[in-house]
Design a protein. Structure first.
Length: 561
């Protein structure tokens, strides 16, 4: 059975192929069309997924789509009747937008398949693709389930319980009571792009004092005994779907918002800190309610808010759950995968036979393909049989390298296939990469990748973090050893690296450890601010020559400036 999973409705358009319950590939459209967080229909990604899988359109049996537009229409209509100010934005977003997206899908479908011979289409509720779909590919046979995002068909949070193939809903919140929109608002207030730059807000928060505004922010959100949300909307305008998500009351209390090109003032930093802390606290409340109801040892969390790795770290440390599973593509990109698995395991009731523990599901290029691109660019690389040894030597010398190896990862975090690497022992390395390579804000931290065998010597995390989605603390005696990946508050967004899934990435860190005694490398995505992560050798060469990278390690070839 071949299932094509699709996400194309909101943002982060993605396609995947599932064959007899096994995930063969998953690719985000942005990597191919070079439009970050693209809303374009993922036609390029579909073609590439079929190519990687050795399949054709005629082989597809089912198409699973991560949206069911008619869901909660009555709730939407009631809301609009009560809030006439929202009518026109609602009309544009939920009617015009919906019509355009569905028409685009139908045009592709009818252009691709002969009438009466196409695969069966399944439209699946957005939060089921987030929550249940993630549960079905988790390592747990039984778990508490939590989905949190801006909104999907009007729902904003989803709480439940999963056992084998059965998923039970225990609570649900609806727009405008939204933690995602709450956090998007502070992102915009801090001068960033909402629903796009929330990671910048999370990185800014440790620079401030959460207690300055925490009591005020804490009053905004209430969590009831079922884990459902209620938000004081007097602070916001997002409920009207208009440009500025914050209200006049918000500005009166928290001060003037930051101009996107302006300096950060104390109120911006302290507001970011307070909103981050309150987000964490409210999600911890929900988690404790879920644990009490389910008695589960494990939690599965999904949706855009689950990319908040600081929050995830606190869940691991401060709730009764033994561990948390977050899909590497935890946002809307992962709903393509979630839709396919909700169809396979939930609707078609096929037995669960797959765990999504390998994020390297995208395109890969041979040495021959890489060399052809380099020749076309009229460059002369050096060839190294032991590419890990060469890369480790460059890193030990303080060089910043572009690292392009193996199948591309799925999700927003570079996990060692399309990464920029550096030696974290150099104190000025963070500032150097932010200024000369990434061209982004100076405060932004970088993540450490550490060997699975020895990461506990440096970090206080007791569980694995293969997808870089759990923040922990760097041991105090190690903070001066790896200063370039230690954030201002002593924390780090750790990736644990197992040679089983990416032997070359494991190998370069191990070789670096042999040279320096430190089994940790600085890892950030191979791109510059505002662009998607590189996908092809051509993308890698362009990024290499337009930034302050010292070397490009691509396949078995090395280019140095």
């Amino acid at each position: 059975m071949i299932i094509l999973g699709l996400n194309y409705y909101f943002h982060d358009s993605t396609a995947c192929i599932v064959k007899d319950g096994k995930l063969l590939c998953a690719i985000e459209e942005e990597r191919l069309n070079r439009d970050k967080h693209t809303q374009a229909f993922p036609e390029l990604a579909i073609k590439k997924c079929l190519e990687i899988s050795g399949l054709s359109y005629s082989d597809i049996d089912h198409i699973a789509v991560s949206i069911k537009p008619q869901t909660n229409w009555f709730k939407k209509v009631v809301y609009i009747v009560k809030h006439l100010k929202s009518f026109m934005p609602f009309f544009g977003h939920h009617l015009v937008h919906a019509y355009a997206k569905q028409r685009r899908f139908k045009l592709w479908y009818h252009r691709t398949f002969k009438k009466g011979e196409g695969p069966k289409i399944h439209f699946i509720e957005h939060h089921l693709t987030h929550v249940a779909g993630t549960f079905y590919v988790s390592p747990y046979k039984e778990a508490a389930l939590l989905g949190i995002d801006g909104s999907g068909e009007w729902a904003t949070t989803w709480l439940g319980h999963g056992i084998d193939n059965k998923v039970t809903k225990m609570g649900e919140s609806f727009f405008p009571d939204s933690l995602g929109s709450f956090y998007e608002t502070v992102t915009q207030f801090c001068g960033f792009i909402p629903n796009y730059d929330e990671g910048k807000t999370m990185g800014l928060a440790p620079m401030g004092d959460p207690n300055v505004f925490k009591d005020e922010v804490d009053k905004i959100i209430r969590v009831n005994k079922n884990g459902e949300l209620k938000i004081d909307l007097s602070y916001f305008n997002y409920q009207h779907l208009i440009k500025n998500r914050y209200s006049d009351k918000f500005v009166k209390i928290f001060g003037e918002p930051r101009d996107p090109k302006g300096e950060f003032k104390d109120n911006h930093i302290n507001v970011a800190a307070a909103f981050q802390r309150v987000l964490e606290d409210k999600v911890l409340e929900m988690c404790k309610i879920l644990h009490k109801k389910t008695k589960s040892d494990y939690l599965v969390i999904s949706g855009g808010v689950s990319l908040n790795s600081v929050m995830n770290g606190r869940i691991v440390r401060e709730t009764p759950f033994k561990d948390v599973y977050v899909m590497p593509a935890a946002g809307d990109n992962g709903t393509a995968i979630g839709a396919a698995y909700y169809l396979y395991n939930g609707i078609l009731e096929q037995p669960r036979n797959f765990v999504h523990d390998n994020p390297y599901l995208g395109t890969q290029y041979s040495n021959e393909q890489i060399m052809q691109t380099i020749k076309e660019a009229k460059m002369k690389p050096d060839y190294f049989e032991d590419i890990c040894e060469k890369a480790a030597s460059l890193l030990s010398e303080g060089k910043i390298i572009g690292w392009f190896q193996g199948p591309m990862e799925i999700g927003p975090r570079a996990l060692g296939s399309r990464s920029i690497l550096a030696n974290p022992a150099f104190p000025d390395m963070k500032d150097k990469i932010n200024a000369e390579v990434k061209h982004r804000e100076a405060y932004r931290p970088f993540a450490p990748s550490a060997l699975i065998d020895s990461y506990k010597d440096y970090f206080d995390l007791e569980v694995e973090a293969p997808f870089m989605l759990k923040v922990c603390n760097v041991h105090e005696d190690k903070q001066k050893v790896i200063p370039a990946v230690t954030h201002v508050d002593g924390s780090a967004r750790l990736q644990t690296v197992d040679g089983k899934y990416h032997p070359l990435y494991y190998g370069v860190i191990k070789k670096l450890a042999e040279k320096t005694g430190v089994p940790v490398v600085l890892n950030t995505s191979f791109n510059i601010q505002g662009e998607p992560v590189v996908e092809s050798p051509k993308d890698a060469l362009r990024c290499f020559y337009s930034t302050g990278l010292d070397a490009l390690v691509i396949g078995n070839y090395v280019l140095e400036k």
